[in-house]
Design a protein around this ligand. Sequence first.
Ligand code: FAD
Length: 439
Amino acid sequence: MTGGILCIILYTGFVVLPVILATFLGSGSERFIPELGKNFGLMGFMILIAQFILAARIKWIERAFGFDIVIRYHKNMAVLAGCLLLFHPLLLAAGGRGWQLIAGLKMPWYIWLGKVALLVLLLNIFVSSFQTSFKLKYEKWRLGHDILGPLIIVMAFTHSWIMGDDLELASMKTLWIFALILAIFMFLYHVMIRPWRLKRCSYRVVDVQPETENVWTIKMTPPEGADIYDYLPGQFHFVTFYRQMNLPVEEHHWTISSSPTEEDYVSSTIKALGDFTSTIGKTKKGDRAAVHGAFGRFSHVLHPEEKDLVFIAGGIGITPFMSMLRHMRKTMDTHSVLLIFANKKEAQIVFRDELAEMEKGGHPRLKVIHVLSRPDEDWKGETGYVDREKIERFCGADPGGKVFYVCGPAPMRRAIIADLRNMHVPDERIRMEIFSFLE
Ligand SMILES: Cc1cc2nc3c(=O)[nH]c(=O)nc-3n(C[C@H](O)[C@H](O)[C@H](O)COP(=O)(O)OP(=O)(O)OC[C@H]3O[C@@H](n4cnc5c(N)ncnc54)[C@H](O)[C@@H]3O)c2cc1C
């Protein structure tokens, strides 16, 4: 948690630093509104710079909060920056510069540049917020985002460098140049340097194992002499496969389904769900994979004091649980785990045999209950959806004393979280993994 507090202090300090410098060292104005407008501009610019740091997958930032929270924060801060920068010219105009600043056409080019930067920023925020509603493909959105982000920064930098009175101060000039270099470095590191380094020491695919009709487990081993990066059971990694010529090269995130106790390989178990994953079964032994891990905080090992766990998985949402259970088996763990595993049909149950073996093994003390929503006639187990009635029946009298981990399709996850809350399970005893960063 200290890491988290340090990050928050550093972030806040970074964003307000130019305001402090301008207030104490700058020329300043007696008037509140134009001063506020100027400060909004300064803080908006710094938030935009910090966006590049948040997006760069810096491990010590991610470790403190979890990747999903950092990405959500990045999105929210973009909206805040957009608002501050929108009010920046409005307050300046209202505070004495005149509405000509907003509506006038005869403006110096650097004012136009600021206006264009603001428009492009608002467009970028709008498209990113409604990417799924526009049915914009992820790769196209990412390309646009990677072009517009640096463009906005360069335009905003140039505008403020020429316009800003306080940028005559040496300290402000230094800060501005440092911020620009930082943003450019973070951007290049994230989109070019790190991918190049990961590709240079890429992993090798050593096994492609079909699990069910459209699910495969891919095992990957690091280059000779190199260790697998450290990870916790339940975490995920980013993988870019380099396969036959005509197969797409895209970076995707998947849970690590192996346990960190495996020293020779990491694996992901991947369901064919869309454009890219429909090609996953074509991956071959010997293909290369650039692997960047590990991320996320969905892991029982982060909460060693909790011993009575309920895992609720839907379909391919079993993968983080499999990693945790494999880890518990290998470390002779004595946790008590109830796994409620929802699928449509029996044939779709991934890892069924291994789970049955684990149940017999005693480490952890595991009970698996399969629930099928569209079972064949001869199915003798539980049917329907996982709901409050089932959870109460399976968990016994005191569900509030257990810790619930939930991972599955969005509608299932939302319904279960609502049921758990209605059952008065406190929020700190409910953990979830979301298989999309767009929610
Ligand atoms: C933390 C986490 C763990 C996951 N673990 C697993 C797992 O263990 N097994 C598994 O099968 N799936 C897992 N997923 C889901 C997996 O990432 C998606 O199914 C996969 O990226 C979809 O790619 P697609 O192009 O085949 O599907 P599409 O239908 O083309 O895309 C589906 C959605 O995924 C998003 N998406 C597509 N490409 C990318 C990309 N390159 N980067 C980011 N988002 C993208 C898009 O927003 C799109 O709307 C996980 C997701 C997350 C966030």
